[in-house]
Design a protein around this ligand. Structure first.
Ligand code: 13P
Ligand code: SF4
Length: 354
């Protein structure tokens, strides 16, 4: 049961002392974040890891987050992911090998446009490395607009990967009209499924395009709809939404921002205010517990907006990795290959210099 598991975690941590740090992403369940030294967004947590001297960084989050932690921590720090199954489906929607060949087509067809890739933090290390080697940078949901401006100082257009909604929302924010969506493999997929369709990868009509959006999305945030926002507002709530939501949802919300911004909105809300949270349901539940003076509720009820990837990190796995470390073994190590690590670090450094 939970009490017994907590005792086992405490015993393993006692044994390890300050050799270990446990990081819990905002979307992890209560039974995980209660054991975390720090709770936060993906990038904040990686910085916490790098600032600490801990030999082991146990990252309760998804693979791309553990990779980012490995990229920015020292070589003598080891990053451990409690479940190797915890992979963000959106990060998997832009595989570096696929992007690489699509990139060649895009450059060929662009008529001499200077295209800069901008890659969301929610991506694998090899895509971050690709981005660096083509003059691009990384962004998070809190600095995407600055990253676009950085890119436009150096080129004529941005290829934004993988999240089309964050890309479109950022372009809207900056008043950019020339936005095209691009799914280069739509024809191939249709063909392999036996459906009628184009066989050749499709090249978007680049025309005056300033922003080209890769066809990725978050399956959790995409499920929020405008009528969820309108219902919450009709019920007296203000709505704060994550920019991975559809542009129509973002336009209807009262506030928009990253998971850290969502936390700030609730921290600064007046007692008695009602806020509906348009992001993964566990963060809404944490905020309701942490701020009982504010009426915090998930946008669209409790049931549907649960991230399966985050859910892979079961509290029993957290117990297991800590006990293994205490016993001198290293389970579930996440290690980015050295050449990828070096390039991905360049793309991350460009973000830091924004
Ligand atoms: P953060 O970068 O705010 O941690 O969000 C990560 C994420 O997966 C959003 O869906
Ligand atoms: Fe990925 Fe969406 Fe889950 Fe975030 S909420 S980890 S973007 S699937």
């Amino acid at each position: 049961d939970e009490a017994a598991r907590s005792r086992r975690i405490a015993a393993a941590r006692e044994e390890l002392g300050d050799r270990v740090i446990v990081l819990g992403h905002n979307y992890q369940r209560r039974e995980i974040v209660e054991h975390a030294d720090f709770i936060g967004d993906s990038y904040e947590l990686s910085k916490r890891a790098a600032e600490s001297d801990a030999e082991y960084v146990v990252f309760a989050g998804v693979t791309f987050m553990a990779e980012s932690a490995d990229i920015i921590t020292d070589d003598d720090q080891t990053v451990i992911l409690p479940s190797m199954e915890a992979s963000c489906p959106m990060a998997g929607m832009a595989e570096a090998v696929q992007v690489d060949s699509a990139w060649e087509m895009l450059v060929e067809e662009s008529g001499g446009k200077d295209i800069i890739p901008v890659t969301y933090m929610n991506s694998y290390a090899d895509l971050k490395a690709f981005c660096a080697s083509h003059g691009g940078l990384i962004c998070t949901s809190s600095n995407a607009a600055d990253a676009f401006e950085w890119a436009f100082e150096r080129g004529d257009a941005v290829l934004f990967l993988p999240d089309k909604h964050l890309g479109r929302n950022t372009a809207d924010d900056l008043g950019i009209d020339g936005v095209v969506e691009w799914d280069p493999w739509a024809g191939d997929v249709a063909e392999s499924m036996g459906a009628a369709g184009e066989v050749d990868p499709e090249i978007p009509d680049l025309g005056d395009a300033e922003v080209i959006l890769w066809d990725g999305y978050c399956q959790v945030h995409e499920r929020f709809r405008v009528d969820h926002v309108e219902e919450a507002q009709a019920d007296g709530a203000k709505v704060v939404a994550h920019p991975e939501c559809r542009p129509s949802v973002v336009a209807a919300a009262d506030e928009v921002g990253s998971t850290s911004h969502i936390c700030d909105v609730i921290e600064n809300a007046d007692p008695g205010e009602t806020w509906a949270i348009g992001t993964e349901v566990h963060l809404a539940r944490h905020l309701a517990r942490w701020h009982p003076e504010v009426d915090v509720r998930p946008l669209c009820g409790d049931a549907c907006m649960d991230c399966n990837a985050m859910r892979q990190v079961d509290p029993n796995y957290l117990t297991w990795v800590l006990e293994e470390l205490a016993a001198g073994r290293e389970p579930n190590v996440v290690e980015v290959a050295p050449e990828e690590k070096e390039l991905a670090a360049v793309a991350l450094d460009r973000m830091l210099e924004l």
